[in-house]
Write a protein that binds this ligand. Sequence first.
Ligand code: ADP
Ligand code: ZN
Length: 565
Amino acid sequence: PDATGQHEHPEAHATLKRYFGYGSFRPGQEALIDAILDGRDAFGVMPTGAGKSICYQVPALMLPGLTLVVSPLVSLMADQVFSLKAAGARPAYLNSTLTPGQQNTVLKRASEGWYQIMYVAPERLSSPQFQAFARAAAAPGGVGIPLVAVDEAHCVSQWGQDFRPSYLSIAEFVASLPKRPVLAAFTATATERVRRDIVQMLGLERPAFQVTGFDRPNLYYEVRELGEKDKRAWVARYVREHASESGIIYCATRRAVDELATDLQLELMPEGVRVGRYHGGHTPQERHENQEGFIRDAIPVMVATNAFGMGIDKPNVRYVIHLNVPESIEAYYQEAGRAGRDGDPASCILLWNGNDFRLRRFLIDRGDAAEEALDPEQLERARRNRYRLLGQMEGYCQTTGCLRAYILRYFDDAGALGAEGAGAEAAAGAGTAAPHGCGNCSNCLTEFEAEDVTAAALAIMCFVAARPGRFGKTVIAEALHGANNEKLRKFRLVDAPGYGELAEMPLGRVKDVIDQLAGRGYLEVAQGQYPVIGLGPRAGEALGGAPFGDGSGEGLPDTAPGFTF
Ligand code: ADP
Ligand code: ZN
């Protein structure tokens, strides 16, 4: 609605009601639909389940001509088309699961104006046959292509996860059409940098932009560091204690899924609890049976790889446990976010240990199929980026600050936490707890024994004062902790004053102290290509104008404040 409470496009409401049966739009949907109907580009960033599809489906059903939806999720296209058809719409999809004959039929019908909306995979846009079809459709006298909607738009960016080279051809495809359609992009996961990429790489023109909240207040977040055996014992106990509830346990590999599912099934047999399992190595029939059993609540607990859950909208999942660390915060947020869709309390628990990170690094170094299309330089960049994403995941495991704030900061959405979260926001990129935290994560509910870290705090500030804005948190922490790696040698930090001064303190704790100092204004994080750390506005209070130029901390005043956290 506009300022006077009027709906700009009342027909959009009627369409929502008629095809989908809903009485009102969710946050963000109407603004994006209005923009599209007004002929303006649109860009929606909404968490999974917030209702992105409606944002392009409603206009597609209203605008004359054929809306194209570009989506990488070939396996979901049939579902979408099925439900749209059931709702009385005229949808189609065009992908490699169709025979060439079927594809021809779809294209022929499309050029006769049969369909309102057509799902295609990004690779399709490079097919000469499809290009010829689209050009004719968009030319005068054709059926018209009023809208191209790009789902999972973050795939266009090398800075996110899931980069897909084929997404880079979308802009070119759109530009090749005789009449430019409205372009609308949607994603669940986009950091600031990825957002910029999306606008630029897709060629969005002054798009209407909507971000809806990423906070899920009903989700309780917990992190536990456990050895391999302890992880399994812990999971078995948890599942037994929650046997009447629905839950998902994610594992990093197919083998881990099979092993854990077998163990759990044996353990829970006496209680009559069925354990489902799901990964890409099972037959389609097995997968279907397990999935159906889970959805019908005949199988309360599902052990699965991340292949499970996409497109499943089960409201009453009460817990999601990760037996292993996912590749990024985005992936974690998405998988954990399958808990508590009904808004009732639910738990997201991440179990981890050093092996998880070794496995992840191995997987990054090995590379994946999508990277085969990259040249060596792109490949190197992609790899570095995946290391960076993993590093943020490591930060999540190690932070003693609020886990919710950590996730929201990752999505630049800390404001959602209100005044307390805003404090945490000031420490962008760091893992600081809001003063009282969210009250619903394991860190905010744990009383960490406050410890006098004055010496460490001063060592960190002196180190930073000698080279402000030069290095990020990890390098600084590693240097003070006395790590001996190539990066530190390259930067000549191994013989810098202060090197190894905090050897006694665990590396994670050094990073945490840095976060805490940033959150309190003693340090400042500058966001650039890499976040780097400089002195904050309050540094003077602590350092009192001491001659810390050489970074040794010699001659600090006795009046320096103490730091206990
Ligand atoms: P996303 O693509 O963002 O993950 P979907 O478009 O699949 O989300 O929508 C998630 C669920 O929310 C679907 O079941 C959808 O029908 C429902 N939904 C979307 N918009 C509305 C609305 N305005 N009112 C009620 N339910 C909605
Ligand atoms: Zn918290």
